[in-house]
Write a protein that binds this ligand. Sequence first.
Ligand SMILES: [Zn+2]
Ligand SMILES: [Zn+2]
Length: 192
Amino acid sequence: MATQTERVSVREEEIPLKAIKAIKFSILSPDVIRSMSVMEITTSETYDEAGRPMVGGLMDRRLGVVEPGARCETCGNPPDKCPGHFGRIELARPVIHVEYAKYIHDLLRTTCRECGRILLTDEEIEKYSKRMARLKVRWKLLADRLIERIRKKAMERTVCPHCGAKQYKVRFERPYTFYEEKENGVLEKLDQ
Ligand SMILES: [Zn+2]
Ligand SMILES: [Zn+2]
């Protein structure tokens, strides 16, 4: 993915000014992160013995440069003109973001371990969808309460209404470990 773009030098006056209307925070997918990044970080070394930035390290010149007189290998600009460019670290295993652990816990408790579907019958899904469509337009508070009821209902199911698989209690241990409580109190760790 590490593509070397053409060297373009941009003067400050040439940069169009734009007003920010809104800022939205959300999660980027691995593919988006890969396409945004100019290189993969592959080493924890920053400089070699001669004091040059290590290729694939955090000071790699494709990410931008700090030394006066040096030019960024991605945009070709000197330090004061280069905006800096993203690199990425490919993780060997999936990692849970602690901020989302409680939502993952909810998802694990309301979906089937076998078929992955929500633990509601087709009739319930239809009934709740209709009610939700009506409420969310004008009654935000009531819609939130309905979500809570749906969540509880799905969590109470001990058998999946779709595939018939038995559902176990999912225990969450901070910061991000999940266990299934099997028969006789046996805890089985849920791997991502
Ligand atoms: Zn640059
Ligand atoms: Zn199922």
